[in-house]
Design a protein around this ligand. Structure first.
Ligand code: BGC
Length: 769
């Protein structure tokens, strides 16, 4: 753990230079705007620990698969969103010595992320080898108001003497990925040069052929006004302008850089340069301070819809805002080709690609904080990839339109290459179906089922129907050789969660078909004909639902995580020597697999998704059995446990899990934040407050609330968009209020009553759990 990030309600602050933790801080202070993003690398050269990373949404490279032993069915490549152009670079020499924080004396240092306004700031004072001291103040933004552009300001003040500053401002497309499987370069340069006073570089990704053009404007101002660029340096994929200035004691040299980065994902390749020039021209009328104002305004609009205020607990307040901030930096939702990588734009791990995390953890956040189109775009992403999912299942031997969505993907093709996950962690299909249900339940948009949802649901049902087999011994259907959400066990038989979600998928598909037949008979008939779905096939699905086997222990009255789970030595995590944790860093894989330790919610994931199917007593029994065996070594784990603990009234536990999920990165709980932030689990943090503490659900088309207040807090307040209404919900110790700040009436249910809250109406309720 690292606990040096200062607590502050709107800012993330690091006030000392810790070069040994620089990669951690580069992740923490990462910024982005949904289209692109970047780790908090320094502008000036740095020879210490650093992972340079700037990423463009959707720009990926198929990195050839590397495995020890090839297995039929493995994908050929791992598609990764790759490191792209470095536009921030400033090589600086002061009186001839390079400014490199690893080589000079750092007298003070501060990094500050202003989440309210979307600006990353850094300031430091250094003493150079010749004794002169300079102060640097830098600010950087990925513009939310113009998502193909970004800007920075970098000011160098001579503190103790006059200095000569030589400065090279560059744009570098010759970048590499640290995790490249075969040390390949992913980019090839196309064109570069000067465009008026600006520099431009265009490159193309190898194999995928994405073209990217970046145009860079640098403006250097000294005491006597603008300083003209001197020499231009041009190397393959790299362009730079050099400047020299003398800065008198206490005076400042100001550098501003603005960049437009335009990709063939969004524009025709021939036009990239023209568009780039146009984007920078659009910004020209504004000073840096005015750009900052535009940025603050754009962020304010986001906060107006999605802020959560926590009263009386600054650490918790900072954490929830950080999670909301990073989610909005990663995905803005207007483009259905994009998705949410588990690490967003903050590192190379997980390659910026899509996991079940989106459907299982992110959908609720976007449903409640944005208009329905945003979550719908996330569903459409999978819908558009349905053919590839059918192809993927085909490669594994499934037929008749059965679909297996990939464990990891960018364009619909499977990229994961560990057999126990690629072929066996098939529960992901269930989350994709559940997301459709979740979306329709929240928005009431039934049309989505008829227009898109049923195609996906039927294909997924066909997969489950072929994936189970009849056991003549049990006289029931079983599902063999799977990996559940708990990846610390592989190749198990009858993972309860997988069987349960499979059965739920079949049931939900049949329900949707029946509803479709009733309300949209013409669509129903056309669908059956197009997909050749017969009554026999549907009857077979019903037979599977009726006869699916679920491992169960009569004595303890619990569903077993899988066949044989009780043969394990069941020693609670609490009894483990702390020096042995996290077990994934301390134990051999073999030892982990044989142990009883659970990486993340598995049976309990099923209780979370399908809560209406179980009473609280049953939930409590399962929570008390499984949670003590859970090591929470996936970032996705604490949030689900927090929600269930809150439901069960286990307030202290819920709060403990809240802190763990919300400050997972800020305090580096899992000791891996240097690889990048855990973006998808941040949506889980939001769920912890809204679904966990506030008990928010949707029941019968109404927004249901049943809040509690963690004793550590004086109160909390959050905003929800629900079926056209915007609601402000504030929870205090003895009462809570629901304020409808929109014109649209909202249908609401509480523990005691059902009512309609008129537009601009407020209701106070005195029942807090
Ligand atoms: C978890 C998976 C998750 C992946 C990406 C893994 O550690 O076990 O459930 O999909 O991380 O976040």
């Amino acid at each position: 753990m690292k606990t040096y990030i200062k607590h502050n309600p709107w800012q993330i602050i690091e006030d000392t230079f810790r070069p040994e933790h620089n990669e951690f801080s580069e992740s923490i202070f990462a910024i982005g705007n949904g289209r692109m993003g970047q780790r908090a690398n320094f502008e000036e050269y740095f020879s210490g620990k650093s992972l340079q990373g700037s990423y463009l949404a959707g720009i990926y490279y198929p990195d050839k698969t590397r495995v020890g032993w090839w297995k039929n069915g493995y994908p050929e490549y791992f598609a990764k969103v790759i490191n792209s152009f470095n536009w921030i670079g400033l090589d600086i020499a002061i009186n001839g010595q390079r400014l490199d924080l690893a080589q000079v004396t750092v007298l003070s240092f501060e990094r500050r992320l202003d989440m309210q306004r979307g600006v990353l700031q850094r300031s430091f004072v250094v003493r150079m080898h010749d004794g002169v001291e300079v102060k640097v103040e830098a600010s950087r933004m990925y513009h939310l108001f113009a998502s193909e552009t970004a800007s920075l300001q970098y000011q160098v003040q001579a503190l103790t003497a006059d200095v000569t500053i030589e400065l090279t401002s560059f744009l570098d497309a010759e970048v590499v990925n640290r995790d490249s499987n075969y040390d390949e370069k992913f980019w090839e340069p196309l064109e570069q040069g000067q465009q008026g006073q600006n520099l431009f570089v265009s490159s193309r990704t190898k194999k995928t052929g994405f073209e990217v053009c970046a145009e860079l404007e640098t403006r250097v101002t000294g005491t006597d006004g603008v300083i003209e660029a001197g020499e231009i340096v041009s190397k393959d994929g790299y362009m730079a302008q050099r400047y020299t200035a003398t800065v008198a004691k206490s005076h400042t040299l100001c550098v501003e850089k603005r960049v437009a980065i335009i990709t063939s994902e969004n524009h025709v390749a021939e036009k990239l340069r023209t568009v780039a020039t146009g984007r920078l021209t659009d910004l020209r009328a504004f000073h840096f301070d005015q750009l900052k104002e535009k940025q603050a305004k754009a962020w304010q609009a986001i906060w107006d819809e999605s802020d959560i205020e926590i009263f009386g607990d600054v650490a918790a307040q900072q954490a929830i805002r950080y999670n909301i901030f990073q989610l909005n930096q990663t995905y803005t939702g207007e483009d259905a080709r994009l998705n949410i990588g588990p690490k967003g734009f903050t590192g190379e791990k997980y390659g910026g690609v899509t996991y079940w995390d989106t459907e299982a953890y992110c959908i609720p956040f976007y449903l409640a904080t944005q208009t329905p189109e945003i979550a719908r775009n996330l569903l459409l992403y999978r819908y558009q990839q349905l053919d590839k999912a059918i192809e993927n299942a085909g490669k594994l031997g499934f037929s008749n339109g059965a679909a297996l969505f990939p464990m990891v993907t960018i364009n619909g093709e499977e990229c994961h290459n560990e057999w126990e996950i690629t072929f066996e962690e098939i529960h992901r299909n269930g989350a994709i179906a559940f997301a459709i249900y979740n979306y329709v339940r929240y928005t009431g948009d039934n049309d989505y089922i008829w227009s898109h949802g049923l195609d996906v649901l039927i294909a997924i049902s066909r997969f489950w129907a072929q994936r189970v087999n009849w056991s003549t011994d049990k006289e029931q259907y079983v599902m063999l050789g799977v990996t559940g959400p708990n990846e610390y066990e592989n190749n198990v038989n009858n993972n309860w969660y997988t069987n349960r979600i499979a059965s739920w998928c079949l049931d939900y598909t049949l329900t949707c078909l029946r509803n479709c037949e009733k309300s949209r008979a013409e669509i129903f008939t056309a669908l059956l004909a197009r997909l050749k779905l017969t009554a026999d096939e549907q009857n077979h699905w019903q037979h599977i639902i009726d006869k699916l086997y679920f491992p169960y222990d009569e004595k303890r009255k619990i569903f077993l995580q899988q066949d044989g789970f009780l043969d394990k030595e069941l020693i609670p995590v609490q009894e483990l020597d702390p020096s042995q944790r996290p077990i994934n860093q301390k134990w051999s894989w073999d030892r982990i697999l044989r142990s009883c330790y659970i990486k993340q919610a598995d049976v309990l994931q099923g209780f979370y998704f399908l809560e209406e199917h179980f009473d609280e007593e049953t939930l409590d029994r399962h929570f008390e059995f499984y949670e003590p065996l859970t090591v929470h070594e996936s970032s996705l784990s604490p949030c689900v446990h927090a929600i269930l603990a809150a439901k069960l009234g286990k307030t202290a536990k819920a709060y403990e899990f809240y802190l763990r999920t919300s400050r997972l990165d800020l305090d580096d709980y899992n000791n891996d934040t240097e690889d990048g932030l855990h973006i998808t689990s941040m949506a889980g943090t939001w769920m912890t407050i809204v679904e966990g503490f506030a008990g928010m659900r949707v029941k019968d088309g109404r927004l249901y609330l049943n809040p509690m207040l963690p004793p550590e807090w004086k109160g909390y307040k959050f905003r929800i968009l629900f079926r056209g209404a915007t609601l402000l919900i504030a929870v205090y110790a003895d009462f809570y209020t629901i304020e409808n700040v929109s014109d649209t009436p909202a249908h609401i249910q509480t523990a005691a009553e059902v009512f309609v809250l008129a537009g601009h109406g407020t209701k106070q309720i005195s029942q807090v759990r």
